[in-house]
Write a new protein. Sequence first.
Lengths: 129, 291
Amino acid sequence: MEKIPILKMGDFLLVTIQVDMHDRLAMALQDDLTRAISKTDARGVLIDISTLEIVDSFIGRMLSNIAAMSRVLDAETVVVGMQPAVAITLVELGLSLPGVRTALNVDAGMELLRASVNANKEMYGSRLH
Amino acid sequence: MSEIQANQKNGRLADVLGGHLEKILGEWMREMNSTTRRSDLIKESDLRAECSHFLHLVTQANQSDGTNFQSPGFDIVRDLLTEISRSRSQKGFKPSETATFVFSLKRPLFNEIQSQHKGDAESMAAEIWGLNELLDAMGLYTMEVFLKSREEIVRRQQEELLELSTPVVKLWDGILALPIIGTLDSARTQVVMESLLQAIVDTNSRVAIIDITGVPTVDTVVAQHLLKTVTAARLMGADCIISGVRPQIAQTIVHLGINLLDVTTKSTLAAAFSLALHRLGITFSRDTVKS
C-alpha cells in the first residue's frame, strides 16, 4: 500500500501530498502523523498540498481534523500551496477550515511556523531548555 | 388549397411583374423613400441594386414554389433577407425601418394586380391574399433575423463586459488589488474569484485588497460572495482586505445582519494599502524637502 512520507526537519514535520488522496490514505496519514508528532516531540507540522488537484468533503474534514489533533499534541499546523480550484471547492462545500493556518508556499509556511514557535517560547519559556 | 388552385397561383407573381419590373421597382423605391428615408445609412444606388436583386429572386422562387415561403425554392430569398436584415441591424436601422423593406412592396404590387384584374374581383382577391401571405411571412422572417442579430450583439457585449470587469492589479511586490465595479452576481463572482485566486498564485502575493467602491449595493447574496472569496484566499494562504465600504453600505450590512467580523474592512483603498504594507513589514518615511 502506498504511504505518504513524513519528514522530520528540526522541530518540524514535513508532509508533502503528491498522490491523489483517497479515504484510506487519508486515515493512514492521520494515524502516522499523530504518532510521529508524539514520537519526535515536533512543534509544528507543514502540509504541502500544492499538487493536490481534487478534494472532497472527507479530505477537507481530514485536514481540519489533523490540525485539531496536532494542536492537542502541542504542534502548530500550516497548510501550504492550496490551488485556487481546491480553495473554491472547499468554500463551496462550506469547509472554511477555521482552525487551520495557511501559507502560499513552503517558504512562507516555514516562516510562519518559526514565528509562532518563537512567540510561544517567549511567552512560556522553551520546553527544550 | 387544391392542386389546380395552387398551380394557378404558381407564376402569378411573374405575370404581375412581367414586363413591369422596372415600374414596380420605381414605385417601391418611392414608397420606401416616403415612409423610411435613411439616405444617411444606405446609398440610393445600393438600395436599388438590393431591391432589384430581391425582386428577381422572389419571382424565381415564386415560379417554382408559389407563395409558400417555407418551401426549399425560397431558400435563396431567405438567405438574401437574412443578409439584408443583418447588415441593417449592424448599420443601426430601426426594427420598423427594416421591416418596411418588405412591407412597402405591398402597395406597388397590389396596384399592379388591381390594374391587371380590372372587373374580376374574385381572382383579384385570391391573388392579393396569396401575395399578402407571402409578404407577411417575409416581413416576419426579416424581423426574426433582425432581433436575433441584435441579441447576438448583446450577448457578445455581456461576455466582453464580464472579462473587462475583473482586472487584478499588482500594487506592490506581494500586494494585489481587485477593484470591483458594478453589481456582483453569481456568474461574475465566479470569474472574479477565479481570476483573483489565480493571480495570487501567479504573483505569489500575500495580501489581496478587494475594493468595492464601485459596487452600488451590497445585499446578502453579494456579501455571501465576498465572504466566499475572502475565505478561499485565506485557504490559499493570502490575507484579504475589503476596502471602499461606503457609509450607506456599512449601514446596510449591519441592518441585514451580515457577519463581517472575520474580515478586515477599510473605508478607503489607501487605508487598506497602508495596512497591507504594514503587514508585509514595509515602512515609508518622508524625506525633508530640499529647497
